[in-house]
Design a protein around this ligand. Structure first.
Ligand code: FAD
Ligand code: NAG
Ligand code: NAG
Ligand code: NAG
Ligand code: NAG
Length: 487
């Protein structure tokens, strides 16, 4: 049974290669999926389960999982990309459900004691009651914003929108001063990875993912990595051996550089010169990659599609992991999350120690976003280390010597041409009409990926659903009705 099955699979793929450069027509329902992240794997699974087995997945990297990607710091696994799963809401997060099934180790993130753990720019902790009143103001701002967002989302609001910062102005509560800036950064940028002056209020609040799946966040801390969730799904329908995918329909290290569509087929060229023919293609690369020139479209994408792609935002979120020879930060209960308040918004603001996840490893990480991420990706690691050491000295030095880290890991999502950032964000001014254009197929080219599911935009669950929904739209097309505009 197993043997005959893979023979069929092999024959299918053989067919893909056979048509290369020959005159024979492409198989009638063949699909090429570009990208093997969560969305690409879900698109393939959806096709497979609907009986469309004539597909191939082209992935540029040497692995599947995309932005769900573990890294190593001196033999300790950390998550360079996606890290948190959510629960506690009326619906359940598919990514979290799978994580539970495979017993992925997760730890509840408790922010409850943050008010006792905010450090002043020059050192020393803010008094708890001072922070608590800053939190009260931030809560009121958020409530006002959520109320306003509901009005804007009603039919009467039409295309009207405002930035999160704009709504704070309207509320006469614009954050200023190190503490207020740090708190505002924690409330907003820590989730959207872009400044409040950029993010659309209407499309950010209420945060639909948390409304649906819950606000309780669980931090993945498993040596197998969060990416095991993607592997688990892939293993359900791609042939594999000892946890290694052997299905020839998954082709790794294939960087797509050209998508050439004509009236009845699509021809795809990869960097190594391979040519693939199919009837349809599902592009799952990030909106950041679509904004770059990595993939050339022939004919060129129409203006409506280019505007939709280039007006959207790819945010950058960077976790800088460090391992020290010993600990010099507090590690008891209620100390996992720390903020550093600085007059520059987002200057090494959010800290999390990993004592619960990796006890005795003396590890901590700091999160930066947006312009700070860009700056750090472009400067030397030595310079970043020096900046961080200065901050740590202010926070924990107290006149004492503190050691330099033995190891640092700085993921570079923005520089990486296969990602060009961390996840998408809906900027103020971007209309629902543009968003439909972003999702829309163009002729035989369909689009999936985290950025095409605005309900759960920027999350693993968004990628998960986008793969299913786009594959279903394509299946509908294969069966009876195609929606792809042709110009
Ligand atoms: C730092 C960071 C933190 C995050 N934190 C969270 C979190 O806590 N919780 C959460 O739910 N989500 C989080 N996310 C978001 C989540 O990781 C993504 O939304 C999701 O993984 C995106 O999946 P995708 O399939 O849409 O895209 P991707 O994972 O980017 O998949 C696309 C694939 O296409 C490949 N590709 C690109 N160009 C080409 C080409 N030319 N040819 C062939 N292949 C190509 C890429 O290598 C990639 O594998 C985070 C992301 C990052 C980076
Ligand atoms: C938000 O709306 C609720 C319900 O209408 C109201 O009680 C509350 O005062 C509003 N909050 C703000 C900050 O405007
Ligand atoms: C695109 O494909 C057509 C055949 O469908 C071919 O004639 C044309 O030369 C190709 N163009 C490019 C730029 O690859
Ligand atoms: C809260 O944090 C402070 C400062 O780190 C710590 O001393 C205290 O024990 C923590 N309280 C609780 C309840 O965890
Ligand atoms: C995102 O996916 C969910 C689940 O399939 C769906 O209900 C929702 O409409 C999708 N959102 C968008 C904007 O397509």
């Amino acid at each position: 049974m197993k043997v005959s099955c893979s023979v069929v699979v092999f024959a299918l793929v053989f067919h893909f290669f056979l048509v290369t450069g020959s005159r024979s027509p492409p198989p009638s329902d063949s699909v090429i999926i570009i990208g093997a992240g969560m969305s690409g794997i879900m698109a393939a699974k959806t096709l497979e389960e609907a009986g469309y087995k004539d597909y191939i997945i082209l992935e540029a990297d040497s692995r599947i999982g995309g932005r769900v990607h573990k890294g190593q710091v001196d033999g300790n696994t950390v998550e360079m990309g996606a890290n948190w799963l959510f629960s506690g809401g009326p619906k359940s997060s598919p990514a979290h459900e799978i994580a539970k099934k495979i017993k992925l180790r997760t730890l509840y993130s408790d922010y409850g004691n943050l008010s006792s753990n905010i450090y002043k720019q020059g050192g020393g902790l803010y008094e708890k009651h001072v922070v608590e009143s800053a939190f009260k103001v931030a809560d009121a701002r958020q409530e006002f914003g959520t109320n306003l967002s509901k009005i804007l989302s009603s039919k009467k609001g039409g295309d009207d929108d405002i930035s999160i910062l704009g709504s704070q102005r309207l509320f006469k509560q614009v954050p200023k001063g190190p503490l207020d800036l740090a708190v505002d950064y924690f409330y907003n940028d820590f989730e959207e990875a872009e400044p409040t002056r950029i993010s659309s209020l209407k499309n950010t609040f209420p945060r639909q993912l948390m409304e649906d799946f819950g606000e309780d966040s669980y931090f993945v801390a498993d040596p197998r990595g969060f990416e095991t969730v993607v592997h688990y799904i892939a293993n359900q329908f791609l042939s594999h051996n000892n946890n290694k995918i052997t299905d020839p329909r998954l082709q790794l290290k294939k960087t797509v550089r050209k998508i050439n569509q004509s009236k009845n087929k699509v021809i795809i060229t990869t960097e190594d010169g391979s040519v693939y023919h199919a009837n349809y293609v599902i592009v799952t690369v990030s909106v950041g990659v679509l904004q770059s020139d990595l993939i050339g479209f022939v004919p060129r994408l129409p203006l409506w599609k280019k505007l939709a792609i280039n007006n959207f935002d790819m945010a950058i979120y960077t976790k800088i992991f460090m391992k020290f020879p010993y600990k010099f930060w507090p590690t008891g209960p209620g100390t996992e999350f720390l903020l550093y308040a600085h007059e520059t918004r987002g200057y090494f603001t959010i800290w999390q120690h990993l004592e619960n996840e990796l006890p005795g490893e003396n590890m901590i990480f700091v999160t930066v976003t947006d312009e700070e991420s860009r700056r750090i990706e472009q400067q030397s690691e030595k310079k970043t280390k020096a900046e961080i050491m200065q901050v740590l000295k202010k926070m924990f030095g107290n006149g004492k010597q503190i050691p330099e880290p033995d190891t640092m890991l700085i993921p570079k999502w923005w520089s990486n041409r296969l990602y060009k950032g961390s996840y998408s964000n809906w900027p103020n001014g971007y209309t629902l009409h543009s968003y439909h254009d972003l999702q829309q197929p163009f002729g035989r080219i369909y689009f999936a990926g985290e950025h095409t599911n605005s309900t759960y935009l920027g999350y693993v669950d968004g990628a998960y659903f986008s793969g299913i929904n786009t594959a279903n739209a394509l299946i509908k097309c294969l069966k009876h009705f195609c929606e792809g505009r042709r110009s």
